[in-house]
Design a protein around this ligand. Structure first.
Ligand SMILES: Cc1cc2nc3c(=O)[nH]c(=O)nc-3n(C[C@H](O)[C@H](O)[C@H](O)COP(=O)(O)O)c2cc1C
Length: 173
């Protein structure tokens, strides 16, 4: 699938079949993530791959009871290593670059998954401290997104986009 097709075909999927995903596919998703751009090539991302039902269940609870998360055979939590970014770029690295870098990695996971015929969603609504405890995430590393990955059990229609003439500015704002 070409990149533009994946961009247009990707949807947030919130219902998953129980079919498993191979570790090889999960590694391909993580490889795609690792090829994202990052400020100064610092690559401040960390990935936690979760398959254990009891951890998925706790995570879904921390994500304000978005229970479809636990339906997915694999959940990837993408974290930003603030320490790495701040060592390179101080406050701007910690507060901005590491979030931008991990967001680029997250999007690569979504697009790669779409190209493999898998469904994902980007979960940003979760109680951060609770997720940190469940996953034993150390200080200086911030969980940014929870991504359930699996075969879609729904085909949602595309959600509306703001038209280009409302969002694009030429030369000045
Ligand atoms: C930063 C961020 C946080 C999000 N958090 C959630 C979430 O907690 N739960 C959820 O179901 N979808 C979440 N989404 C998905 C959006 O709702 C979705 O991308 C948007 O409605 C557009 O739909 P589409 O992804 O199908 O194109 C999030 C997306 C982003 C980028």
């Amino acid at each position: 699938m070409d990149v533009f097709d994946a961009i247009k075909k990707r949807r947030s999927i919130r219902a998953f079949k129980s079919d498993d995903i191979s570790s090889e596919i999960v590694e391909k998703l993580l490889e795609a993530a690792s090829w994202a751009p990052s400020a100064g090539n610092i690559q401040p991302w960390e990935f936690i791959v979760i398959r254990k039902p009891e951890i998925k269940e706790k995570l879904a609870e921390a994500a304000l009871s978005q229970t479809f998360i636990e339906e997915a055979p694999v959940v990837i939590v993408v974290c930003a290593n603030e320490n790495r970014s701040s060592q390179g770029y101080g406050v701007r690295g910690k507060t901005l670059y590491c979030i931008q870098d991990t967001a680029a990695a997250i999007q690569n996971i979504h697009l790669a998954a779409c190209s493999f015929g898998l469904g994902t969603s980007w979960i940003g609504a979760f109680r951060e401290e609770e997720a940190r405890e469940i996953l034993k995430i150390p200080n200086g590393v911030r969980p940014v997104a929870i991504i359930p990955v699996g075969f879609a059990d729904e085909s949602p229609p595309p959600r509306k986009r703001r038209p280009l003439n409302q969002i694009v500015h030429y030369e000045t704002f």
